[in-house]
Design a protein around this ligand. Structure first.
Ligand SMILES: *Cc1c(COP(=O)(O)O)cnc(C)c1O
Length: 399
């Protein structure tokens, strides 16, 4: 297989100098090659025909086999790569497969990796199950450890894995400090960048080597497809590309198209998620039923200074801890909500609410909470209606 070289295809060369808002509209598109149609069509396919024996032997075609990429796949890869500021992006069928592939690319039996304690729980399961079985040791670290992580690094450490802010509890990590410590030890810095997306956190400008996204969330943006992205810098790209190819990962063409489709409106959706999220977070912080709000955008949040230093925005996903309430009252509050649906995932247009309790699975830190904890995804609805829905919920809580 001829190695992919960014720029060879030059589909989106014309947007390199533009700002992100413009890139979202133009990256990965080449209407002139598609009879003028604005959107990249859905290419389906396994077999790709080579015109001559010489062409087959030289492996000189841009595309050679469906599993290894189609123009639709390449379009989304190029667009994400440009936004993240990386060297090469690969697509996977889910966010979790992107994480598993990125980690697998850098470890062998006997190696060790460091993973944040507030990581997405299935990432932890991958470490506890698959990596453990293959002889790779995972040490979970306090998400706010910063440069002190060097005390956990050994001569066997190959990967430092971060997710910032952390799943459910939203601790902001000092990614540049983690990356410096990782690099000093020759380890690779991997970041789960799903919450901020490359619009609000530029991973490669902060020392990250490999950035993954659950594109299922904000990129797809409509809760109608599963998709993952892995973006690597030049040094990390060969290992990631080889592992991705060897594991045989290829997302379905419809889902890739939905990723491209979602990407075009990511900027305006995130702005709205952010605005409504901040308004609701501020309102919730004043409510007598709420013990605290975990959202780094609020100046009272312990991660606010780091968020302000490294991020250029926030999505509308955050958590609250309630004051102690009987379980039945909590159920009455949640079950009666009209607009906030209860379910996994986030990043779609509708608001979601989900209770969580990290006590069962955190191992490097101890979760202490005044009462039950709830994660909120603030969707695209009118924020006054969302407020009214929660207000009625608080009335049921108190009744
Ligand atoms: C949802 C999520 C994932 C996994 O994505 P899937 O597409 O559901 O596999 C990974 N990381 C974070 C932070 C997530 O929220």
């Amino acid at each position: 297989m001829r190695p992919f070289s960014p720029g060879r295809d030059q589909m989106s060369k014309r947007t390199r100098k533009h700002k992100d808002g413009t890139r979202l509209a133009h990256a990965g598109r080449a209407p002139a090659r598609q009879h003028g149609f604005v959107n990249m069509p859905i290419y389906r396919g396994s077999t790709v025909i080579f015109p001559t024996l010489a062409s087959l032997e030289a492996e000189d075609q841009d595309f050679s086999y469906g599993r290894l990429g189609t123009p639709t796949v390449r379009a989304l890869e190029e667009a994400i790569c440009e936004l993240e500021g990386g060297h090469r992006t690969l697509l996977t069928p889910s966010g979790l497969s992107a994480i598993a592939t990125a980690i697998t690319a850098f470890v062998a039996c006997g190696d060790e990796i460091l993973v944040s304690d507030s990581v997405y729980r299935p990432t932890r399961r991958f470490c506890d199950h698959v990596l453990k079985r293959l002889g790779v040791k995972t040490t979970f670290y306090d998400p706010v450890i910063g440069g002190e992580i060097e005390t956990l690094i050994t001569d066997k450490t190959r990967v430092v894995f971060a997710e910032s802010p952390g799943s459910q509890t939203f601790e902001v990590q000092d990614v540049p400090a983690l990356a410096r410590a990782a690099h000093a030890a020759g380890a690779v810095m991997i970041l789960d960048n799903t919450w901020a997306t490359p619009l609000y956190f530029k991973p490669f400008a902060h020392g990250v080597d490999v950035s993954i996204q659950a594109a299922t969330k904000f990129i797809v943006g409509h809760a109608d497809a599963m998709l993952g992205t892995i973006t690597a810098n030049e040094q990390a790209a060969p290992a990631v590309t080889t592992t991705h190819e060897d594991l045989g990962l290829c997302p379905g063409p419809e889902d890739v198209y939905l990723g491209l489709r979602g990407l075009r409106s990511l900027g305006v959706r995130l702005e709205r998620h952010q605005r409504s999220g901040l308004e609701l977070a501020r309102w919730l912080a004043e409510r007598p039923e709420v013990a605290r709000v975990m959202y780094p955008v609020l100046p009272s949040d312990p991660g606010h200074a780091l968020w302000k230093r490294d991020f250029t925005g926030a999505s509308g996903l955050f958590s609250i801890v309630l004051k102690p309430v009987p379980h039945a009252k909590l159920a009455a509050m949640i079950d009666g909500l009209n607009l906030f649906g209860m379910g996994y995932s986030w990043g779609g247009f509708e608001s979601l609410i989900l209770p969580f309790d990290p006590r069962a699975y955190r191992s490097a830190t101890t979760w202490r909470a005044e009462g039950p904890a709830l994660r909120l995804h603030v969707g695209l609805e009118d924020v006054d209606d969302l407020k009214a829905d929660l207000e009625a919920g608080f009335a049921r809580l108190a009744s």
